[in-house]
Design a protein around this ligand. Structure first.
Ligand SMILES: *Cc1c(COP(=O)(O)O)cnc(C)c1O
Length: 229
């Protein structure tokens, strides 16, 4: 199937479940993104700042760009003027930096806290306790140019469906708890981003309302070990 066909069928599938489809276009050329765009897709995810900027420059300006990879504080300034959402917030320091550059750009930037749920040492993210600590901090309370829209998580890369289900179940439970405790008055805390190509159906069963799909849409990627994001 073509990229356009994949987008159309995945849109239909996710819309039926009221789930937002983020097309993860990392490593893929702008021509692929344009094909997905022409099929109606507007939300795209990238994990490298430099790559996102280059693609932003070349593609239609109504694309909503989501950063999904680890973000270094010294790179925030490059994407702050245009990024739609930063899904990979994993420290208060990063959130403060995003706030600073959002203010300079005269914007409020939507963010997700990335929560560590995988049984792997390589994944970035906040532990449950760390996320709570962040939300309770005085520093967080002063940030006016960021808006936390929800949580993002990456499950363990495994064939063990039971384990993946449990990890997503835990994140959903945590999401509901955080919403009640810290965002009772804000309806904008509404995004639970979980699920990739290999496990998005399980994630949706466990309450995900945003899936991040790359290879299912664009085909496989050459695996690279990014060191310079
Ligand atoms: C690459 C990536 C995805 C998409 O992965 P696929 O398996 O190709 O769907 C989703 N989320 C994050 C954080 C990623 O880095």
């Amino acid at each position: 199937m073509s990229i356009a066909d994949n987008i159309k069928s995945l849109k239909k599938e996710t819309e039926a479940d009221k789930v937002i489809l983020l097309a993860v276009s990392k490593t893929k050329p702008v021509t692929d993104i344009q094909e997905a765009y022409d099929a109606g897709q507007r939300l795209f995810g990238e994990n490298l700042v430099q790559e996102m900027i280059e693609k932003y420059d070349q593609l239609p300006k109504d694309i909503e760009w989501h950063l999904i990879g680890h973000l270094q504080t010294n790179k925030v300034k490059y994407i702050a003027p245009f990024v739609s959402m930063i899904q990979s917030v994993d420290s208060l320091k990063l959130l403060q930096e995003i706030n600073k550059h959002a203010e300079k750009a005269g914007r409020v930037i939507d963010c997700l806290l990335q929560i560590y749920i995988a049984d792997e040492e390589t994944k970035y993210g906040l532990g449950f306790d760390e996320a709570i600590e962040l939300l309770r901090s005085e520093e967080y309370a002063t940030l006016k140019n960021i808006r936390i829209r929800g949580l993002m998580g990456i499950a363990t890369n495994t064939d063990n469906e039971k384990q993946i289900k449990e990890e997503y179940y835990e994140l959903n439970t945590f999401f509901e708890g955080i919403k009640l405790s810290y965002f009772r008055k804000e309806e904008s805390f509404d995004i639970l981003s979980m699920g990739m190509s290999s496990d998005y159906k399980l994630a949706i069963e466990q309450g995900s309302n945003m899936v991040r799909l790359g290879s299912t849409i664009f085909g496989g990627r050459v695996i690279k070990h990014w060191k310079n994001n």
